[in-house]
Write a protein that binds this ligand. Structure first.
Ligand SMILES: Nc1ncnc2c1ncn2[C@@H]1O[C@H](COP(=O)(O)OP(=O)(O)OP(=O)(O)O)[C@@H](O)[C@H]1O
Length: 232
């Protein structure tokens, strides 16, 4: 069964007197364990789509199923609960909490949404810290580490709750090319090790080639799906 399935998905915004069709009749299916990138020019609808998959925004029409749940009609409270259980997020500006250490930033989602005993929490934080190659950096604060290291921490934080799906909106936008490629390679390795599905968006053609499934958007429409598992 597909982990994410969209059928004739639409999202429109009212902008003054005009209606913007940000996502305009998009259908696709993403299998578990995929590494998928939405690509397309600025304004093509990538963030809008990721926001709907992440239950941060609701479709105007069409159906959207994530992990077997129709998410198109969830209330804000149900959406928050669903996100906590199933979805991790990575942002282009890392979004780490500056007054918390690397270790505490990663532990934070477990404290917020999971009722785990302290020892289980410690083991899980240490597992993901090691998985992203930051085992010896847990005591540092975000301002003491590089951009690439910050994004590694963000990947660890997205994985710590054992989310099935991680959404990353332009995760490499603030990184140089070499670091960007390392972060994409890291996501791929995390997919291999933990079976997590990663969906990211990018405009950067240098990064695009590293995804296994590339879904290209133009003006809110899906114009091509390349690779295995993405069916338009
Ligand atoms: N809240 C909103 N209100 C009005 N229009 C919006 C809103 N959010 C997005 N849009 C419009 O919807 C379209 C798609 O925007 P979106 O942010 O999804 O594109 P994108 O592909 O992610 O762009 P970028 O690569 O620049 O982030 C754009 O025309 C944008 O101006």
């Amino acid at each position: 069964m597909a982990l994410v399935e969209a059928r004739d998905l639409h999202k429109s915004y009212q902008d003054g007197t005009t209606v913007v069709h940000a996502v305009d009749g998009v259908s696709f299916a993403i299998e578990p364990g995929s590494l998928v990138s939405f690509v397309g020019p600025s304004g093509s609808g990538k963030s809008t789509l990721l926001n709907m998959i992440g239950c941060l925004d609701r479709p105007s029409s069409g159906s959207l199923t994530v992990a077997g749940q129709d998410v198109s009609r969830l209330t804000p409270r149900e959406s928050a609960r669903f996100r906590g259980q199933h979805i991790g997020f990575i942002f282009q500006d890392f979004n780490l909490i500056p007054i918390l250490t690397v270790y505490e930033n990663i532990e934070y989602p477990l404290l917020m949404v999971q009722n785990w005993a302290p020892e289980r929490r410690r083991r899980q934080v240490e597992t993901v810290l090691a998985a992203v190659g930051m085992a010896d950096q847990g005591h540092k604060y975000p301002q003491q580490i590089s951009g690439g290291q910050k994004q590694r921490v963000a990947v660890a934080r997205a994985l710590v709750s054992q989310a099935q799906l991680v959404l990353a909106d332009e995760p490499t936008a603030n990184l140089d090319k070499a670091t960007a490629l390392q972060i994409i390679a890291l996501m791929k390795r995390m997919r291999d090790d933990f079976g997590t599905t990663f969906i990211f968006s990018t405009h950067d053609p240098k990064i695009v080639g590293t995804a296994e499934i590339i879904l290209t958007l133009e003006d809110g429409r899906l114009v091509s799906a390349e690779g295995h598992g993405g069916t338009p």
